[in-house]
Design a protein around this ligand. Structure first.
Ligand code: HEC
Length: 111
């Protein structure tokens, strides 16, 4: 009897845990406007410390502009390794880059 009670308690605790994980994770996932891709996690971790992602998702920039912005954020105190900042610049330029269309046209003209 004691053992059964214990097991019920355990599985109840487990279901509560699973429920909380699912229900807490869903709104967080829905909140993030960041597109999936390599660099998403590190961008979220490094760039959401002082402000939300809306700061860097509402405007498109070329790769060199993103480099300048990220440098600026490093001066403001953003913490990360050089590798992480490289990944972030690549992620932002790929997903919030403005030169993509121009580059595509240029590559079409070359053919
Ligand atoms: C140490 C704090 C801090 C971190 C970390 C940080 N920022 Fe910022 N960021 C700021 C401040 C302060 C501003 C200016 C005030 C504001 O808009 O909230 C700002 C503004 C911005 C802006 C708007 C700039 C403009 O001229 O309109 C962009 C884009 C931006 N950050 C991108 C990033 C990116 C990308 C990262 C990750 C590499 C990052 N931030 C990490 C502090 C930070």
């Amino acid at each position: 009897m004691r053992k059964i009670l214990f097991m019920t308690f355990r599985s109840l605790r487990e279901s509560v845990f699973i429920f909380s994980v699912v229900f807490l994770a869903l709104p967080i996932a829905a909140q993030s406007p960041l597109p999936e891709g390599e660099g998403k996690k590190v961008t979220e971790r490094v760039c959401n410390q002082c402000h939300g992602p809306e700061n860097y998702t509402r405007k498109k920039h070329s790769k060199s502009e993103w480099e300048a912005i990220v440098d600026d954020m490093v001066e403001k105190g953003a913490a990360g390794t050089d590798d992480e900042f490289d990944t972030i610049v690549r992620y932002l330029a790929k997903n919030f880059g403005k030169s993509t269309e121009k580059e595509m046209r240029a590559s079409l003209l070359r053919h």
